[in-house]
Ligand binder design. Structure first.
Ligand code: NAD
Length: 340
């Protein structure tokens, strides 16, 4: 069994923890919090050993009735690999302690590529992470872009990509972020950082991206144009997407044309927390232009798509599966993920 710890049990950390606990070849040895909170309470409820960053705060946890197993250093002694899901910019400072305790580590997209030197997406570069000590799983937006670009590149060759990310303003429980009534150019400069981030995984792709933020909490929407090398048909692209284990098709007959309806669909499907781990490409948006370029809309659940990638990164780094296909199959089966 691969022994996994989660440092930072927040939006991403709690989801990765549940996904680890569901895997047949992984054991969750613990999760960490900085202060007593509803998430600390839930960790106890789920039977996940709870470790804390500052052991001096143990009495505060105990007063709240929350059981503490020890400090983060003790958690690191028990694991083979740690998933760092602390807030963006915090994780990089933890590298020293991971090195000290000789554990492998995975960071999230809020950290820079340099924190690990390998940026990861299961379908694109699984073997780059094979046996590696340090890996960064790219952000939710970059994950969504990488999946669809790699699919098109493999099938037809991609000459260039232009994509606009319409981003959610905040995660649903985040009461401190906005906007409430604005469309924000973020950044106002073109291109945005997402294109270069795609290049950390797919270095040869010619890509320009822009990004704006809107007042919603569930999912990002991507508007994508890809110029292809070989002649493509709409049916051919749909066929490739059908075969992809992490890209789903929002079928035309469903009448779904919004993220709100996708949230309802995820809930109706009984997905935990209403999570959509797969990218959701709108079938009716897919079209091929006269210069052999394709256009599409895809919705990306920001809190969910990177979760399954973290699980594959663990398996790659621990040499638990030789190929991406094998790891993706195990991860998806354990979670009951069959792309929509
Ligand atoms: P979050 O704020 O929801 O959770 C972070 C958790 O880390 C919190 O529980 C916090 O208490 C804990 N923490 C803070 N400092 C800590 C420390 N020093 N030691 C241990 N724990 C500490 O953040 P998040 O949204 O889960 O983001 C985590 C990472 O994932 C970031 O790099 C972010 O950019 C990336 N990411 C987030 C999303 C998203 O939509 N939320 C999507 C993809 C990637």
């Amino acid at each position: 069994m691969i022994r996994v710890a989660i440092n930072g049990y927040g939006t991403i950390g709690k989801r990765v923890a549940d996904a680890v606990a569901a895997q047949p070849d992984m054991e969750l040895v613990g999760v960490s919090k900085t202060r007593p909170s509803s998430e600390a309470y839930i960790a106890n409820k789920r039977g996940y050993p709870l470790y804390i960053a500052d052991i001096k705060k143990k009495p505060a946890f105990e007063e709240a009735g929350i059981e503490v197993a020890g400090d983060v250093e003790e958690m690191l002694k028990k694991c083979d690999i740690v998933v760092d899901a602390t807030p963006g910019g915090v994780g990089k400072d933890n590298r020293k302690i991971y090195e000290l305790f000789n554990v492998k580590a995975i960071w999230q997209g809020g950290e820079k590529h340099e924190v690990a030197g390998i940026s990861f997406n299961s379908s694109c570069n699984y073997r780059d992470a094979y046996g590696a000590d340090f890996v960064r799983v790219v952000s939710c937006n970059t994950t969504g872009l990488c999946r669809i670009i790699q699919l098109a590149d493999e099938a037809y060759g991609v000459k260039s990509v232009f994509a606009t990310m319409v981003r959610r303003g905040a995660d649903s429980r985040d009461i401190k972020k906005g906007p409430i009534d604005a469309i924000v150019l973020n950044p106002v400069t073109i291109p945005s950082h997402h294109g270069p981030d795609v290049n950390t995984v797919l270095p040869s792709i010619d890509i320009v991206t822009t990004a704006i933020i809107v007042p919603t909490t569930f999912m990002h929407m991507h508007v994508i144009r890809m110029e292809l090398v070989r002649e493509a048909t709409r049916e051919g692209i749909i066929d490739c997407i059908r075969k992809h284990p992490r890209i789903g098709i929002v079928k035309g007959y469903t009448g779904i044309t919004s993220t709100a309806e996708l949230r309802e669909l995820a809930s109706d499907m009984g997905r935990p927390r209403g999570d959509l781990w797969e990218s959701c490409v709108f079938e009716d948006s897919l079209s091929v232009g006269k210069n052999n370029e394709i256009y599409l809309f895809q919705a990306i659940h920001q809190e969910a798509d990177v979760v399954v990638e973290n699980i594959d990164a663990i398996r790659a780094m621990m040499k638990g599966a030789d190929t991406a296909e094998e790891s993706i199959r195990i991860t998806n089966e354990a979670l009951g993920l069959k792309a929509i």
